[in-house]
Design a protein around this ligand. Structure first.
Ligand code: SAM
Length: 349
């Protein structure tokens, strides 16, 4: 269906948990005393000692059956592409079951997973067999020390992620994207190295501009226009690749002769809200029409109804409301207008 601004909404991001096994410096909540302000000092949050419990409590997470019901209602409104995210979605042992449930809904065209990759090795085949057609792996650096600085994890996690990437590349037909958030003074030197992975590998390396959400509010970001200039100096002849189209706002480029592509997701310096095609569901069932505003709508009440038909129509109603409530665009350029207090771990990116 179309929203109030004529945008066709065809894509839904579903966060299946708000727990994460990494503690990335720009993805976590701001400390409570800083949530309203924009502090200047940059610190790395302490690493998570163990897998944190869901903030909402594990029982509050939607079951595979509930996620399937919400997805089926979304499909009835014209949504055909789904992405499972988190928190860290691979912390859920039933992720393949969730994927299988969505894949079984007539009309679903694509299912992807966004993961930090720590638990990917050994599970890729299973997830692909369940119906995962694309995997986005977050990777900000190839350097173990920088990895530690960004994620709080010791360097060993990086080796596990690289094993997961290799395993993903070995699955025929599986689309592999690497997502990097460029951070000046932190991973600046990694960006060209990461882009160079596209030379010999059939994958896409995507650079996402830092968004002022949670700890991202006090973390400096990079302007993708500058990054493109830098990549053009390093790789003369880099050009737009119009053949590569994802479900989202990335603009794709290719280094001459490269097997893979480079994607730029420029939320801050290339605002793309006029083509926004998505809604989001947080792990606690809250629906979000835009990353910068908080929202009141939730699927939880609809899911409590007893009859299947009543649940379906209530879910369809609340999803329609969420789509119609989508604002025209984000307001990241006016941080005081941002009403969202949740961080990316809770929202799912
Ligand atoms: N744990 C999974 C992962 O690491 O990919 C999924 C959740 S994570 C919130 C999804 C994506 O959001 C990651 O690629 C991460 O880099 C990105 N992200 C988190 N905080 C961000 C921020 N403030 N600005 C831009 N991207 C952000």
């Amino acid at each position: 269906m179309r929203d109030r601004f004529g945008r066709e909404i065809t894509y839904m991001r579903i966060s299946v948990t708000d727990a994460c096994n990494l503690h990335c410096r720009y993805c976590s909540p701001l400390p409570e005393n800083e949530a309203g302000a924009l502090p200047r000092k940059e610190t790395v949050p302490a690493p998570a000692k163990s897998i944190p419990e869901s903030a909402a409590g594990q029982n509050a997470l939607l079951s595979p059956g509930e996620i399937r019901e919400v997805s089926a209602a979304a499909v009835s409104l014209g949504i055909t592409r789904f992405r499972l995210t988190g928190g860290e979605p691979l912390l859920r042992a039933d992720l393949a079951e969730i994927i299988r449930g969505i894949r079984g809904i007539p009309g679903v065209e694509a299912i992807g997973v966004t993961t930090n990759g720590l638990l990917l090795a050994g599970r890729v085949r299973d997830l692909a067999d369940a119906g995962m057609q694309a995997v986005n792996i977050s990777l900000d650096t190839l350097d173990p020390d920088t990895f530690h600085r960004i994620t709080g994890n010791d360097g060993e996690g990086l080796a596990d992620i690289l094993a997961g990437i290799r395993e993903s590349l070995a699955v025929p037909g599986l689309k592999v994207h690497l997502n990097c958030v460029p951070q000046p003074g932190i991973n600046s030197r990694d960006l060209v190295r990461l882009a160079a992975l596209t030379l010999d590998h059939s994958l896409s390396v995507r650079f996402i501009e830092m968004m002022p959400i949670g700890c991202g509010r006090r973390a400096a970001g990079f302007d993708n226009r500058e990054l493109l200039e830098r990549l053009s100096r390093e790789y003369p002849g880099i050009t737009r690749d119009m053949d590569e189209q994802g479900s989202g706002p990335a603009l794709y480029y290719r280094i001459p002769g490269a097997e893979g592509t480079i994607g730029l997701i420029s939320a801050m310096h290339g605002k793309y809200c006029s083509t926004c095609n998505r809604i989001r569901m947080m792990a606690d069932g809250r629906l979000k029409g835009c990353l910068s505003y908080d929202s009141e709508l939730s699927v939880q009440q609809a899911l409590q109804l007893e009859s299947t038909d009543a649940r379906r129509s209530a879910l369809t109603r609340v999803l329609r409301q969420a789509i119609l409530g989508k604002p025209e665009g984000h307001c990241f350029e006016r941080p005081d207008d941002v009403t969202e207090t949740a961080c990316m771990i809770q929202i799912g990116g």
